[in-house]
Design a binder for this molecule. Sequence first.
Ligand code: THU
Length: 135
Amino acid sequence: MQDTHLAALPPDLQMLYAAAVVARQNSYSPYSHFAVGAAVRTAAGRIYGGCNVENASYGLCCCGERNAIFAAVCAGERDLDAICVVADTQQPVSPCGACRQVMSEFKIGKILLGNLKGDIKICSLEELLPYGFDL
Ligand code: THU
C-alpha cells in the first residue's frame, strides 16, 4: 500500500481520479449524505464512472465502486485494470467488503483510494482482500 498525493500521480491516474470526482457529483445519497464516486479503467484506456445510489429500503443501496464496475461490464468491458474511489473523508476512503469482492471478480490490479483533498492510497487487490473467495 503506497500513500501518495494527486499531484504526484502520473497523468493517466490523475484522469482516473478526476473521473471519479465527476461521477461523485451524481451520487444519490439522501439517507447517509455520504457521496461516493468511482471510475474504472479498461485495459484499452476507456473510463466508466459510477456513484452510490441509495434507496428508502436501505438494503437496496449500491456503492459507487460496484456501479462503476457494473457500468463497464454492461458496456461489454471485462478487461478492467484500475479503479479509483473518492469520498469526502479525512483519510482516503476504504471500500466495503462487497465491493472488494466485485473488484476481485474482475481482477482489478490497481486500486486507488482517495479523498477530496487529493490524498491517495494505491493498493493491490491482495492487500484489500487477502485470501478472497474464488470458484
Ligand atoms: N458506500 C460506497 O459507495 N462505497 C463504499 O465502499 C462504502 C459505502 C456508500 C453506500 C452508502 O450509499 C453510503 O456509502 C453509506 O454507507
